[in-house]
Ligand binder design. Structure first.
Ligand code: ATP
Ligand code: MG
Length: 567
């Protein structure tokens, strides 16, 4: 493609609403433009990358026996009502005003629907069905450019199996395919155990890229293989031990003491004997949650225990239910509450907590003696530096971007959509499903997050819009133009993707800057100085290494570069 004839609207300035590097660079390199919050146009350069990513995914999905579909994005709402997901998605689901239709945020429902109508017996199973298609989600605060769009492209696949062992196999096939996809795209990623969240199901893993721009947080062990989303991460943090003295409950006046830190300073005690009380409501039932000291409650863990509608009680509710405000609440004397306690405080005694009376606390609480505990669970959020649950080495806590997610769904969708098959013994059984997603735009943005410098993007060759950026330095010298034109033709004849900066009215310095910004892996620089000696210069965008080679060797050089394994 000749730059003189193409539409690549590069920008010199960084647009002020773009804060993360991939967003800034995609705008600056003329790959995308924002149409509205979370809605982006992919311009020709951006769309070339998108197509390369989709092709790469397609190859690996086909390799595990996936069959490609193209399902409608417009879905009758009644199918979504059957699975309860109109409610589960809530505001995230786009609904049409003039028809009972929704814009699909994912496609378990439609796959389940097709399976319910057309899969009859175990002989029709297993199946892997996939598509690469636009999804719609009314994300509350779309930031971060294409990393979180309201309209985005997902590769979603679904496995249909007759047995749980079959599901395990389909899941493994996907895990392997995902590793290949992300490795081939040149991404450094890690895999974490994840919460199955609103999808329901029995097992799930996320493929993550460490990045300051990430909205997920993960705990990673540098020493062993442990890595988990903070939503489910655990650690070997020290637990409370029982103290020998069996002291009676004691009221303490604690004027204006609201936080754990204030209480610790006031009482001059260790934080580990302070029990923090929080109140959550799940479907009208109030729950008192006890945590050690300043430990942070993990809402995802809580919701997986008491229910996904669990929410913090409002200040008025707190006062009405406990008789006190936040900061003075505790487990003694509460009525109508369920009390659940973090495992770190399992069977602990000698604790201090609120008295359910403003400005008062109670000391010497013994959870075995004084409190009817409804259950001990892992409820806390792991913090950096805590010992790894597998090997005790200190955990790192990092921000990360989720590239892909694999789920063992089980029979949830088959049950609600009545997707059944006749098994070997002639019995009707629900089809066992898995669901597997990859965000296409996220691969693109993550690749840029990981591979850029102050001058621009550094594309990995597998997804680069072009392999070669050919730069004509002296557009006013006919012999030089001839050589550049000739190289352009030869690269095209050899089916090598080349973008050719043939512009006549643009200075070489400007062309070099643009080439670095757009980030093609190889720059071929055709200038008078080398052409006189029948040579051209090649710059590797990643290593900055420059080489002078013979004009006749260009095609071979580029082909070798393409076929070379990554270092
Ligand atoms: P997140 O937690 O980031 O919202 P999710 O758990 O909702 O992601 P899934 O429903 O598992 O995502 O979707 C599968 C994949 O689709 C994700 O791993 C991600 O790569 C991509 N994806 C999800 N939401 C978006 C979005 N709003 N914009 C771009 N890609 C997305
Ligand atoms: Mg989401």
């Amino acid at each position: 493609m000749r730059i003189s004839k193409s539409f690549i609207p590069t920008l010199k300035e960084v647009p002020s609403d773009a804060v993360i590097p991939s967003h800034q660079l995609m705008l600056r390199a003329g790959m995308i433009r924002q149409l509205a919050a979370g809605i982006f146009s992919f311009l020709p350069l951006g769309y070339r990358v998108m197509k390369k990513v989709m092709d790469l995914i397609r190859e690996e999905m086909d390799a595990i026996g996936g069959q490609e579909f193209h399902l409608p994005a417009l879905n009758p709402i009644e199918i979504w009502e059957k699975t309860g997901r109109v409610e589960a998605f809530g505001d995230t689901l786009f609904q049409l005003k003039n028809r009972p239709l929704v814009l699909a945020p994912t496609h378990e429902e439609i796959i389940g629907w097709i399976a319910a109508n057309h899969i009859e017996s175990y002989k029709d199973l297993p199946q892997i069905w996939y598509q690469i298609q636009t999804k719609f989600r009314n994300e509350p605060r779309p930031r971060s450019g294409v990393l979180r769009g309201r309209q985005f492209i997902m590769k979603d696949s679904y496995s249909l199996d007759a047995s749980w062992e079959g599901l395990d196999k389909s899941y493994e096939l996907h895990a392997e395919a995902y590793k290949k996809i992300f490795s081939r795209a040149g991404l450094k990623f890690f895999i974490v155990g994840a919460s199955s969240g609103a999808m329901g199901g029995t097992g799930s893993q996320e493929f993550m890229v460490e990045s300051e721009s990430g909205e997920d947080t993960c705990a990673i062990c540098e020493n062993c293989s442990y890595a988990a989303n903070l939503e489910v991460a655990t650690s070997n943090v020290v637990k409370a031990s029982r103290v020998p003295a069996d002291l009676p409950l004691k009221e303490i006046h604690t004027p204006n003491i609201k936080t754990i830190d204030e209480l610790k300073d006031f009482l001059k005690v260790d934080e580990s004997i302070l029990a923090k009380s929080l109140v959550y409501i799940q479907d009208r039932t109030p729950y008192l949650i006890l945590l050690m000291g300043n430990d942070q409650l993990n809402e995802t863990k809580l919701q997986s225990i008491i229910g996904t509608n669990a929410r913090p009680a409002h200040p008025e509710e707190l006062l009405e239910l406990t008789g006190a405000d936040a900061g003075s609440i505790g487990p003694i004397g509460l009525k109508g509450f369920k009390i659940i306690v973090d495992k770190r405080l399992e069977n602990a005694n000698g604790l201090v907590s609120g008295m359910n009376k403003n400005d008062y606390h109670i000391a010497n609480i013994d959870l075995m003696r004084d409190v009817k505990v409804d259950g001990y669970y892992d409820l806390r959020t792991v913090e950096a530096g805590e010992p790894c649950p597998q090997c005790n080495a200190p955990l790192r806590v990092v921000n990360a971007i989720e590239l892909g997610h694999i789920f063992k769904l089980g029979t949830k969708y088959a049950d609600s959509l009545n997707a059944k098959f006749l098994d070997v013994n002639g019995e009707m059984k629900p089809i066992i499903m898995g669901s597997y997603g990859i965000g296409v735009e996220r691969i693109i943005a993550c690749s840029i997050e990981q591979n850029h410098d102050e001058n621009g993007i550094i594309w990995h060759k597998s997804i680069a819009p072009f392999i070669v950026h050919l730069i004509l330095v002296n557009s006013n010298i006919e012999s030089v133009v001839q050589v550049a034109n000739d190289i352009y033709d030869r690269l095209n004849e050899n089916k090598i993707d080349v973008i050719y900066d043939d512009r006549a009215n643009v200075s070489p310095g400007f062309k070099f800057k643009d080439a670095d910004l757009l980030g093609m892996p190889l720059q071929i620089i055709v200038g008078e100085k080398n052409v006189i000696n029948h040579k051209i210069e090649i710059k590797d965008r990643k290593t900055n290494k420059r080489q002078i080679i013979d004009i006749d060797e260009v095609v071979t050089f580029v082909k070798n570069f393409i076929n070379e394994n990554d270092k």
